[in-house]
Design a protein around this ligand. Structure first.
Ligand SMILES: [Zn+2]
Ligand SMILES: [Zn+2]
Length: 577
């Protein structure tokens, strides 16, 4: 121990001077050293046990564990010019090929900056969908071509997970037309909106340029790297991680992570931070972020399985062009590293280790959301993906279907104004106290003066529609969630399509759900004075209703009963031990 203390103390003294002079270029340790400095460098590193491996020693840093569980890469920070972090204990810096290693450096406060960075040049295109199977992609291609649009299928290799029943690549249907600016792509996107929904994809034509500069703030020494650098340490704490971007709970917090950490310059020349870790460890950082750890145990187990399935099934679909598999936000699944870990949710992950939901020899999708509002939604009504047999909307209670379809306007009004006795109902008897926070989501109401709502819609959609004349629901899904909403203005009328764009367009942040009806109050100058949105539920409503799952578990249902209620026709299988 004495020796160790001595080493760290000495390093603090010697390394700052040395490190300032080290400049690492691609695949070689460089460089502008005098002979004396090289000698000191080698001597000090040998004495202090800090190793710098020779470029010839190439090996994989973190081999995927083929025999057991998969390793996944989670993007936790993107688009940053600077990242601050703190290391507990010592840290090693390694590049991807392991031909550059700095081992046993002191921890403490560090920062990384993107130096002299220059973004790549892009070509912008529109993707109209991504499918796991070629024939499903061909189906989309045919329908796009039938609408007079030229398109092709682009195959993307997505993962090499070592488990069965999982896709290895995805097929993206891309329009042929290319644009040199994002704005031109956006203009074309709205021109063809009547024909198809699409998302803008950026295809880099060259590499971005720049250097990552790592600085230890306690010792004030630094080193540069042009390529990705991986950190191996017991724990890293990142400052200012965004949480809930664009939603009503948006904030930032400091977060701790285990596993391997990687920093790299993305195509925009900005810093991306990636946590690479075992799937089961990842789940321990997801389950308590996606479901309160105080929920009944069987619902935590159902959540652990849903999160495991969701992670694996989203790889390649959500971030096909990015250097990570999943992001850490609602878009993929909320992952907060080690920051919110709880014993109960850890146990729920461990006791269901390796268990997946299977349907027709494939790992399923496993969407889930906070409060369905009484009825869950068909998947194809929410996203641009094929209808899945096990993702049909269900009434959130045992027994019969609804006799009055919620896709009809008059029925949905009655439904929202009523208080149906469903699992996630806020007034249901025998609810666990842990779900009390969710009462405000079961039925809710938002009120806007017309001018206020006009301003929000204008800002969110970028449409100059004049004054708001009306909001007209055109199409709803089986849970009553809006699929198409028409905005009628004095200058023009347009349609907002799909639940998330609708939720975002009608709120400064995001509405709780797209299951709402529109009530109008008062008139002034021939226009409505106040718009009242009366709604049900929180979230997209596809798959498991989390509060419903908690109430089912509280009533004695087991995790498999919960899962087969929300995902009908699936079976459970353990794919690794
Ligand atoms: Zn994502
Ligand atoms: Zn529900």
């Amino acid at each position: 121990m004495t020796k160790l203390v001595f080493q760290v103390k000495e390093m603090k003294f010697i390394l700052p001077r040395l490190m300032k002079k080290i400049n690492f270029k691609k695949n070689s340790l460089v460089a502008n050293f005098t002979k004396v400095n090289w000698f000191t460098f080698i001597l000090v590193f040998a004495v202090l046990g800090v190793t710098c491996q020779a470029p010839t020693q190439k090996k994989k840093i973190m081999a995927r564990n083929d025999a057991d569980q998969p390793v996944i890469r989670v993007g936790v920070l993107q688009g940053r010019a600077q990242v601050d972090f703190r290391i507990e204990g010592k840290v090693s810096f390694v590049n991807r090929d392991a031909d550059f290693v700095l081992r046993g450096l002191p921890g403490g406060r560090w920062k990384i900056e993107a130096i002299d960075s220059k973004p790549a040049e892009y070509v912008y295109q529109l993707a109209v969908g991504t499918r796991k199977g070629r024939w499903q992609a061909e189906e989309v291609l045919r329908s796009v071509r039938n609408k007079g649009l030229d398109a092709h299928i682009s195959k993307i290799e997505t993962n090499n997970l070592s488990i069965p029943y999982v896709h290895k690549s995805v097929y993206q249907i891309v329009l042929d037309k290319k644009f040199s600016s994002g704005n031109d792509a956006k203009t074309y996107q709205s021109e063809i909106q009547e024909k198809t929904n699409s998302e803008i994809i950026k295809i880099p034509q060259n590499d971005s340029e720049g250097t990552l500069r790592f600085t230890n703030l306690d010792n004030n020494y630094n080193f540069d790297s042009p390529g990705p650098i991986r950190l191996r340490t017991s724990q890293i704490q990142l400052a200012d991680v965004e949480v809930g971007s664009g939603f009503h709970w948006e904030t930032t917090e400091h977060r701790a992570y285990g596993g391997t950490f990687e920093f790299l310059l993305d195509q925009d020349g900005m810093i991306t931070a990636i946590n690479e870790l075992f799937l089961e460890d990842y789940l321990k950082g997801v389950v308590p972020s996606e479901m309160p750890a105080g929920f009944p145990y069987e619902s935590l187990k159902a959540q652990a399985i849903a999160a495991r399935v969701e992670a694996v099934s989203k790889i390649g679909l959500r971030h096909p062009f990015e250097p990570f598999d999943l992001c850490d936000e609602v878009h993929c699944q909320v992952f907060s590293g080690l920051s919110h870990n709880a014993e109960r949710s850890d146990m729920a992950v461990e006791s269901t280790r390796g268990i997946f939901m299977i349907h027709r020899n494939k790992i399923t999708e496993a969407f889930y959301a906070g409060v369905c509002g009484g009825h869950t939604e068909n998947n194809e009504n929410v996203w641009l993906i094929n209808a899945k047999g096990y993702l049909r909307g269900v009434l959130d209670r045992d027994g019969n279907r609804l006799s009055t379809p919620l896709s009809e306007e008059s029925n949905v009004k009655k439904w929202i104004d009523s208080n149906p006795d469903v699992y996630c109902s806020s007034t249901r008897k025998n609810r666990p106290t842990s779900v009390n926070y969710s009462k405000k989501y079961f039925r809710w109401q938002v009120e806007y003066k017309r001018q206020e709502l006009e301003k929000i819609i204008r800002e969110k959609t970028g449409e100059d529609f004049g004054e708001l004349v009306d909001l007209v629901p055109l199409k709803r899904g089986v849970s009553g969630r809006l699929i198409d909403l028409q905005v009628v203005g004095t200058k023009k009328r347009f349609i907002i399509n799909r639940e998330l764009p609708i939720r975002r367009a009608l709120s400064n942040k995001t509405l709780y759900s797209a299951c709402f009806y529109i009530k109008k109050r008062g008139r002034a100058k021939g226009l409505t004075h106040t718009y009242i949105l009366k709604g049900a539920g929180w979230g997209h409503g596809v798959g498991m209703c989390q509060v419903g799952a908690a109430v089912m578990a509280h009533a004695g249902k087991k995790f498999d009963q919960i899962l087969t209620h929300y995902y009908q026709g699936i079976f459970l299988q353990k794919l690794y031990n």
